[in-house]
Design a protein around this ligand. Structure first.
Ligand code: NAD
Ligand code: UDX
Length: 469
């Protein structure tokens, strides 16, 4: 019987290891973290992250074979397999600042394993890391290990998306396990594959060398983000020509070589992964003296910045070139629907522009608290505490948020935003009342019938009276 420990009780470590515990009731799984508050929340009825289906999985396993703890050393000692699932944010200072991944947390976790392990372990790199990080981990572990203790490093990147994490984990497209091409490496690969094989069909568990596995994760995220930047670039052309980006995406997506997914135009992608991982790839390319390759991938992020800017600017220009002292109701602060995660959310950049123009911003999001909004907005480059206090308000009720506003700005594709009573919203707003749909989720013709001025990313502007196109 194997025992599992997961270092890092975040968006990945928590759901991933909770699902392992659910599917492998015979395997004890302990998820550990330095953050006591986070562990307390995992042990409470209010989990630290909102993820559909997660509560049910945790409730079923917690106390049976799933444990959350800050006793990191004990969990390391007891485990045979240790997942390292700590954060790898973009470096803020020093060499590679703004591009490279900060590996300080991975290194600290690795050193902890080396310091306290009393038996051989399989150490699994679950965090998204630059290519060849496993090599550094191996060297740290070997340099610090004592006699007869062996460490095998595996790369097992995680492909779950937030908001659908549980479904993604239950039925993954594939499980990737990279190892060194040694007999010990292959053996470790089999041990981990056997865990996943409890619920994932064997043909979907693929093995490869460590460096391919590490790079595949960065590559998959870069390719996904590239599709979004491509459709967003096309959305700008649509607006200028009268084409409709949804129709263009539909027509292109029917080509089986292109496929329909990930072609939804938007105000820009957010989340903790896409930008970070592409910048990481850019840094890797530059370090390998491949400036053209670096430039190619950098453009995916640049286009995303452009899209956020373009959307915010269109709001200002449609509101008669000034939003000073106007109220703007921003619907959605999370980086996508069905999550409370706000990391790198497009809403932050859009709101920063509004605050810079001295607008009053009324924010409504079903899952994001006022404290979380404040944490994201009171930052260098966004706004000061004084500006936040004077100009930002969070509303639990969307109708209150829109009262006396000049515009509703949709930043997240929460389905409930399409179900609101827009006549009621319209009646309470300043006229002319505007809607800016940054997610293409609203019924624009219906809103126009009510009287709204509607602007949708990638869609032709409303026909002007008397204009027969
Ligand atoms: P997170 O910030 O939510 O969680 C990381 C946790 O690790 C934190 O709770 C932190 O306290 C803990 N931690 C850091 N150092 C530690 C240490 N030395 N010992 C114990 N605990 C420590 O991050 P996340 O979103 O779960 O991402 C984790 C990794 O997975 C990242 O590399 C990320 O790129 C990757 N990833 C994330 C997603 C996603 O959707 N969030 C998807 C796939 C991969
Ligand atoms: C992503 C990857 O999808 C996942 O495989 C990886 O493990 C982690 O990074 P995540 O960031 O959680 O997952 O969500 P995702 O669904 O990829 O959305 C990322 C951003 O792109 C969101 O802001 C989303 O709204 C936006 N998006 C997505 C679009 O704008 N258009 C689309 O067609 C799809």
């Amino acid at each position: 019987m194997v025992k599992i420990c997961c270092i890092g009780a975040g968006y990945v470590g928590g759901p991933t290891c909770a699902v392992i515990a659910l599917k492998c009731p015979h395997i004890p799984v302990t998820i550990v973290d330095l953050n006591q508050d986070r562990i307390d929340a995992w042990n409470s009825d209010t989990l630290p992250i909102f993820e559909p289906g997660l509560q049910e999985v945790v409730t079923q396993c917690r106390g049976r074979n799933l444990f959350f703890s800050t006793a990191i050393d004990d969990a390391i000692r007891a485990a045979d397999i240790i997942f390292v699932s700590v954060n790898t944010p973009t470096k803020k200072n020093g060499l590679g600042a703004g591009f490279a991944a900060d590996l300080a947390y991975v290194e600290a976790a690795t050193r902890r394993i080396a310091a306290v392990a009393q038996s051989s372990k399989i150490v699994v790199e679950k965090s998204t890391v630059p290519c060849r990080t496993a090599e550094s981990m191996r060297r740290i572990l070997e340099a610090n290990s004592r006699d007869a203790i062996r460490f095998e490093i595996l790369s097992n990147p995680e492909f779950l998306a937030e908001g659908t994490a549980i479904a993604d984990l239950m039925q993954p497209d594939r499980i990737l396990i990279g190892s060194l091409p040694t007999p010990e490496g292959r053996k470790a690969q089999h041990v981990l594959a056997d865990v996943y094989a409890e619920w994932v069909p064997r043909p979907q568990i693929i093995t490869m060398n460590l460096w391919s596995s590490e790079l595949s994760k960065l590559a998959a995220n870069a390719l996904l983000a590239q599709r979004i930047s491509s459709i967003n670039a096309l959305s700008a052309i649509c607006e200028a020509t009268g084409a409709d980006v949804d129709e263009v995406a539909y027509a292109c997506g029917l080509d089986s070589r292109i496929g329909p997914k990930f072609l939804k135009a938007s105000v820009g992608f957010g989340g903790s992964c896409f930008q970070k991982d592409i910048l990481n790839l850019v840094y890797l390319s530059e370090s390998l003296h491949l400036p053209e390759v670096a430039q190619y991938w950098k453009q995916v992020v640049d286009l995303n910045e452009y899209q956020k800017r373009r959307f915010a600017q269109s709001v200002v220009s449609r509101l008669f070139n000034t939003i000073t002292n106007k109220r703007l109701a921003v619907f959605g602060f999370a980086f996508k629907k069905n999550t409370g995660d706000t990391r790198e959310s497009a809403a932050i950049a859009v709101i920063a522009s509004f605050l810079n123009e001295r607008a009053h911003v009324h924010i409504h999001d079903p899952e994001v608290s006022a404290a979380q909004i404040e944490l994201e907005l009171v930052q260098p480059g966004v706004c000061t505490q004084a500006v936040y206090d004077a100009q930002v308000h969070r509303f639990a009720d969307p109708y209150e948020a829109a009262k006396d506003a000049d515009a509703i700005v949709i930043c997240t594709e929460w389905e409930q935003f399409a179900q609101l009573d827009y006549q009621r919203l319209y009646d309470s707003m300043h006229k002319p009342a505007f809607v800016f749909d940054g997610r293409l989720i609203l019924d624009a013709p219906k809103l126009r019938q009510i009287g709204f001025q509607v602007e949708v990313i990638g869609k032709p502007a409303a026909p002007k009276p008397g204009f027969n196109a």
